[in-house]
Design a protein around this ligand. Structure first.
Ligand SMILES: *Cc1c(COP(=O)(O)O)cnc(C)c1O
Length: 557
């Protein structure tokens, strides 16, 4: 006897569809074919070979060229009409190739050193293709099953990397459905938000006359506990995602208190103490101290152990934003820089920064998994009470299986492989810093603590004048230098051969005046010192060709 499933399988060959009146038309048949046959396979597989199978080659061969004018591109992409009928696939792919893929930024190129992501190991595009094909949804077990279990394992590995708890701890918590050791999310921004969300909800717990902040909200919580407000302390080099965090959480942006950083880019402890005193006087509840383990702008690491001591004394939450730097924990040689991170209540790490995984792999780790109780949510059709759905403890809902990308890197590179990558990046940064120090017309502005450093172009005569000239001239020189360095960066990027980024710092050695610096991140293993020397030479030429160079000379004379 034939069961119903067999009947279904059998009928498939006859290509019946529920809409018999549609199915007769050629349009329907073509639409249907999009789900069953690989239309345009040839054109796509050529592109795949060219790009996905050799992204670095593609970047170097086809993308290192001047960028197209933005206005021109905007013109090209200005129609807002959804195409009424399907476009021929071959034609679409050809258009994609000529007008889009040809003009993306060569972020995997070894000459692109201004951003925090890098070239990726070659197995990842293929894995990405498989993940897209399988389209698992990690929000609930029913649509991801084994990948839910795998994700918990990966999160456990990251938890162990940071906190190093013992076997019995992981036995108890790794696959617990009620709590989570960590939560995956799209990036550091959401990881920071999730950490502070959990922290906020447990800050004002329920008692006899109050049902807890999670139910009654912040305004009633503040009234009930008699606080004038809530504050989070972080150094002035804190990532701007923290501003979004205090905004979204309803504290207002003034709740994020910016503490001065010292000449090494580390939070000033004296300044921190004076802010603490001020908060007490104003009866503002200190919710969290945030330490940064690898600032986005200078790569500096706060003294985490000292911050942990202070947070303990103040009885507040201690969060470490290691979105970029956290991967360096894999290096035995540099792990000591992070001492104290294991005392953090929560830690943010982005695998898409220094763990060589594509974007969309942020993580927030919880020292005590029970903290996730404060953000747990339930619904009847999903993330049910008692289920092991990952969505119970994530801010996002539907989410892809990016954790498999990290899982594969952890296995295919191994801890030692990661350590070698990280050590060599840091050493390259130190060597590049030495090269910059040897140039008479470049100034190293921040030393590399990890693989990130900043510097600027400054001709020697201007340097002397900046120290000795009258105040009014100094100010003009300083401003002109800022614009010159901005120009160098923009023009170099537009030429398409190199990419360095820029930011504005307030260096102690320049009396904390806003100073434009060029910023380089050296995680790409394909970047060589020769490339960096060429980039420097290119910057020197751009500077000397710039009209502002003459302006500087005129100001001195
Ligand atoms: C990059 C970064 C973030 C934000 O991460 P996204 O993945 O871009 O959301 C937060 N904090 C620090 C220190 C970062 O470097």
């Amino acid at each position: 006897m034939q069961n119903s499933l067999d009947r279904l399988n059998h009928n498939e060959t006859e290509k019946t569809t529920p809409h018999d009146n549609y199915s007769d038309t050629q349009e329907w048949q073509e639409l249907f074919n999009q789900f069953t046959t690989n239309i345009g396979e040839k054109a796509l597989s050529e592109l795949e070979e060219k790009i996905a199978d050799d992204p670095v080659g593609y970047c170097c061969r086809e993308l290192n060229k001047p960028v197209h004018e933005l206005a021109e591109l905007e013109q090209k992409f200005s129609s807002v009409f959804i195409p009424e009928i399907p476009i021929d696939t071959e034609k679409y792919i050809q258009n994609l190739n000529e007008n889009v893929l040809n003009q993306v930024m060569p972020v995997s190129s070894p000459t692109f050193v201004g951003h925090m992501t890098s070239a990726l190991p070659r197995h990842l595009p293929a894995l990405g293709k498989i993940l897209t094909a399988l389209n698992q949804n990690l929000v609930k077990l029913e649509t991801s099953h084994v990948l839910t279990v795998l994700e918990r394992q990966v999160l456990g590995m990251m938890h162990k990397l940071v906190y190093g708890c013992d076997e019995s701890f992981y036995k108890q918590w790794l696959h617990s459905g009620d709590y989570a050791l960590a939560a995956f999310c799209s990036g550091g921004t959401l990881a920071n938000l999730t950490a502070m969300w959990a922290c906020r909800n447990q800050l004002m717990p329920a008692d006899e006359n109050f049902a807890g902040l999670k139910r009654e909200g912040l305004a009633r919580g503040l009234l009930h506990y008699g606080y004038n407000g809530v504050a989070i302390l972080v150094s002035e080099l804190g990532h701007y995602s923290l501003k979004k965090t205090v905004d979204v959480l309803g504290f207002g942006q003034d709740a994020l208190i910016s503490v001065d950083a010292d000449k090494n880019g580390q939070i000033c402890i004296d300044s921190l103490y004076s802010h603490l005193k001020n908060l007490r006087q104003r009866n503002i509840k200190l919710m969290a101290i945030v330490g940064i383990a690898g600032t986005t702008e200078t790569g500096s690491i706060d003294p985490l152990d000292v911050l942990a001591d202070i947070a303990e004394r103040e009885q507040c939450h201690f969060h470490v934003d290691a979105a970029w730097g956290g991967a360096s924990l894999l290096s035995e040689r540099y792990r000591y820089l992070f001492k104290g991170i294991e005392r953090a209540d929560t830690v943010t790490i982005d695998a898409h920064k220094q763990m060589y995984v594509p974007m969309g792999t942020g993580m927030v780790l919880f020292r005590q998994p029970t903290l996730t109780d404060s953000i747990a949510q339930h619904a009847n059709y999903i993330v049910r009470k008692g289920s092991k759905d990952l969505g119970r403890h994530t801010l996002e809902g539907s989410r892809s299986a990016m954790s498999l990308m990290l899982h594969s890197n952890l296995h295919l590179l191994g801890r030692q492989g990661f350590a070698q990558l990280i050590d060599s990046s840091i050493e390259k940064a130190q060597q590049f810093a030495d090269i910059i120090r040897q140039q008479e017309d470049f100034e190293l502005v921040s030393e590399p603590q990890l693989c990130l450093l900043t510097y600027r172009y400054i001709p020697p005569m201007v340097l002397t004048a900046l120290r000795n000239a009258p105040e009014s001239v100094r100010k003009k020189l300083h401003d002109t230098l800022n614009i010159l360095n901005q120009n160098i960066q923009t023009i170099q990027w537009a030429a398409g051969k190199f990419f360095i980024s820029r930011t504005s710092l307030r260096p102690v050695q320049w009396d904390r005046q806003p100073t434009t610096v060029l910023r380089v991140v050296l995680a790409n293993p394909l970047t060589t010192l020769e490339i960096l020397e060429c980039m420097l030479e290119d910057q020197r030429e751009l500077a000397q060709q710039n009209p502002l160079w003459q302006t500087l000379q005129n100001l001195i004379n």
